[in-house]
Design a protein around this ligand. Structure first.
Ligand code: FES
Length: 69
């Protein structure tokens, strides 16, 4: 299904981007340009991205935490 009509980006394109290294929606936008014209697709595109984005591992999640005193 086409999500972004302006740039002809499908849900499969977004899923592939999310699963192949785009670590943020902004990175995905840099790659696919999804949502960068009229913006009508932004909400749907973000939902699809979040459904397919790789979960952050425990170690990676903890990397941003401040060290305990
Ligand atoms: S439909 Fe995606 S930017 Fe217009």
């Amino acid at each position: 299904m086409v999500i972004c009509l302006c740039h002809r980006v499908s849900d499969r394109d977004i899923a592939c981007g999310a699963q192949s290294g785009c670590t943020s929606f902004e990175a995905l936008q840099d790659d696919l340009r999804v949502g960068t014209a009229c913006g009508c697709c932004l909400e749907m595109a973000q939902e699809v991205f979040e459904q397919h984005a790789a979960p952050v591992s425990g170690a990676a999640a903890r990397a941003g935490e401040p060290l305990a005193a």
